[in-house]
Design a protein around this ligand. Structure first.
Ligand SMILES: Cc1cc2nc3c(=O)[nH]c(=O)nc-3n(C[C@H](O)[C@H](O)[C@H](O)COP(=O)(O)OP(=O)(O)OC[C@H]3O[C@@H](n4cnc5c(N)ncnc54)[C@H](O)[C@@H]3O)c2cc1C
Length: 498
């Protein structure tokens, strides 16, 4: 077992973790640990863009505020939403100083698009529909230049070290089996979402809910885990277990329409904004149409876009569909809603601090309160940067702590099991009982199943990454189920039939 120390330990190298690292005072030693390689994140997969008014016009800012509140069923934390909207432009400008570029229109101004729930076009994008990849590349380049930032790949955090009621470090396990205990002045969780708990998801495989389990095990508060957003339009890939490919909401923003398998338009029957209603409404409408027509999918009719424009504006999506025999801008594409985004998570204040001193959470694993009961499209990349910067500012202002040498933790035996059957069981329980529609008997069944799995895992501990990851998945899944049981009323993306 090795020991290392740093001022700031950041768990996760997606947009939220990396941007925090870049904004921490360069006199502080920062270590960013990532579970796999640096590109295996949800941030790299982001397509549609990042929502931000680039003007200081009060009406435009209040319209972004209002759209966010409406999408979130007004369960949002108003102060957090104010911060999100008011600090958007400064953070976009900071991203640009780091080398991020956004697509321009013919007049050389930033091109903006519209997505569900936005009352007008305010979504900036990059590389057409490759916003995440295009944003992450310059940020990594910048991080590599920084002498105070050390990026450690293939290293999984499996425990937060807590002493005297404060976070003081983390225990990590490398892919090669090496254990490293980090002592850190500040620990930032930036571990992303929970897609891997579901059979069908748009998320990267690393989205196993580690941050939720790590925070909960350390004694930090978790909230609103029932609010899991299902994206209305993932490319339907039958029974395949592979990651579902997302068809960005911006396609609907630019004219694509929804049809059920009988060819009928239906979105306006559910909401006056039709295809561009908030995501929870559209996903639930599609679910209802699939149910009524005994089908596994509906269609996204992309013909209003025209093939030539669609290929230019959405090159990544067009290429993917082409490989699967469809032409974007011409065809009706089979789509289905799948798990996409975790709204709840580790509860934080406006500075990104969790309820455990010196433990912070940012990005998808955090619950800042900005999304309420349903996230407005393209507000998540914005949340990543706005609150990452706030965490960096908080850390930069805090005086350093003198930490006592850490006591060596108990090291367990290690066996190379992959836990595949348990993971399958978790996914099956979650897909069946914690999907778009939830019912009390199903939630209780899932709770029982997950509690049994948890008891078994705890009885047979194993110092192996597969063990810890499966344990984290179980804890995060139980948190979703138990919150869904507690929330008896349907709101936003939590729909309780009974
Ligand atoms: C297909 C797709 C399209 C999207 N499109 C958009 C969009 O257009 N606009 C928008 O606003 N949002 C979009 N989103 C959502 C948005 O991309 C994510 O919410 C956001 O990027 C999350 O960033 P993050 O930094 O919190 O997590 P991630 O980018 O997922 O990074 C998580 C990091 O944590 C690491 N990690 C996890 N557990 C551990 C552990 N135990 N130990 C060490 N490291 C760990 C991982 O290795 C990874 O580096 C999209 C999401 C997907 C999946």
């Amino acid at each position: 077992m090795k020991k290392r120390s740093c001022d700031v330990l950041i768990v996760g190298g997606g947009l939220s973790g990396l941007y925090t690292a870049l904004l921490v005072d360069d006199r502080l030693k920062v270590v960013v640990v990532v579970k796999n390689t640096v590109s295996q994140t949800n941030s790299h997969l982001a397509q549609g863009g990042i929502a931000s008014e680039m003007s200081t016009d009060a009406d435009l800012l209040s319209s972004h505020f209002e759209d966010t509140m409406i999408a979130g069923s007004r369960l949002n934390d108003e102060q957090a939403v104010r911060v999100l909207i008011d600090e958007a432009k400064e953070n976009i400008e900071q991203l640009m100083r780091f080398g991020v570029t956004f697509d321009l229109d013919r007049a050389g101004l930033m091109h903006t698009t519209k997505e569900g729930g936005h009352s007008h076009a305010r979504v900036l994008h990059s590389g057409g529909d490759a916003t995440g990849k295009e944003m992450m590349a310059p940020l990594w380049k910048e991080a590599e230049k920084r002498k105070n930032i050390d990026i450690v790949e293939d290293t999984m955090v499996y425990g937060i070290v807590v002493e005297n009621g404060e976070a003081v470090g983390a225990r990590t396990l490398r892919k090669n089996g090496e254990t490293i205990h980090f002592q850190a002045g500040h620990v930032v969780l930036a571990t992303g979402g929970i897609g891997a708990l579901y059979k069908k998801t748009t998320n990267a495989a690393a989205a196993t809910g580690c941050g939720i389990a790590l925070a909960q095990n350390a004694g930090a508060r978790i909230r609103d885990m029932a609010f899991v957003q299902f994206h209305p339009s993932a490319f339907y890939n039958g029974e395949s277990d592979s990651r579902s490919f997302l068809l960005s909401e911006a396609l609907r923003g630019e004219g694509a329409v929804l049809r059920n398998i009988e060819g009928a338009l239906f979105a306006k029957r559910y909401h006056e904004d039709g295809e561009l209603a908030p995501r929870d409404v559209v996903a639930q409408a599609i679910y209802r149409e699939m149910y009524d027509t005994w089908a596994d999918y509906v269609y996204l009719d992309t013909s209003p876009l025209g093939a030539e424009y669609a290929k230019k504006r959405f090159p990544t999506i067009a290429a993917h569909l082409n490989r699967n025999g469809y032409t974007l801008g011409k065809d009706w594409i089979p789509i289905t809603p799948v798990e996409h985004f975790l709204i709840g998570g580790v509860q934080t204040n406006l500075s990104g601090e969790s309820t455990l001193p010196y433990l912070y959470a940012v990005g998808e694993c955090a619950s800042t309160g900005v999304h309420g009961a349903n996230r407005l499209a393209s507000n998540s990349l914005l949340e990543c940067v706005v609150f990452a910067r706030r965490i960096a500012q908080t850390i930069n202002k805090k005086p350093g702590r003198t930490l006592e040498p850490q006591k060596p933790g108990r090291l367990l035996q290690s066996a190379r099991f992959d836990y595949a059957p348990i993971r399958r069981k978790i996914r099956q329980l979650m897909e069946e009982h914690a999907g778009i529609v939830r019912q009390k008997p199903g939630l209780l069944e899932a709770q029982k199943g997950l509690r049994d799995i948890l008891n078994n895992l705890r009885k047979h501990e194993n110092h192996h990454r597969n063990y810890y990851e499966t344990l984290h998945m179980t804890i995060a899944a139980l948190a979703v189920i138990e919150d869904a049981l507690e929330k008896e009323t349907s709101v936003g993306c939590h729909f309780r039939l009974i």
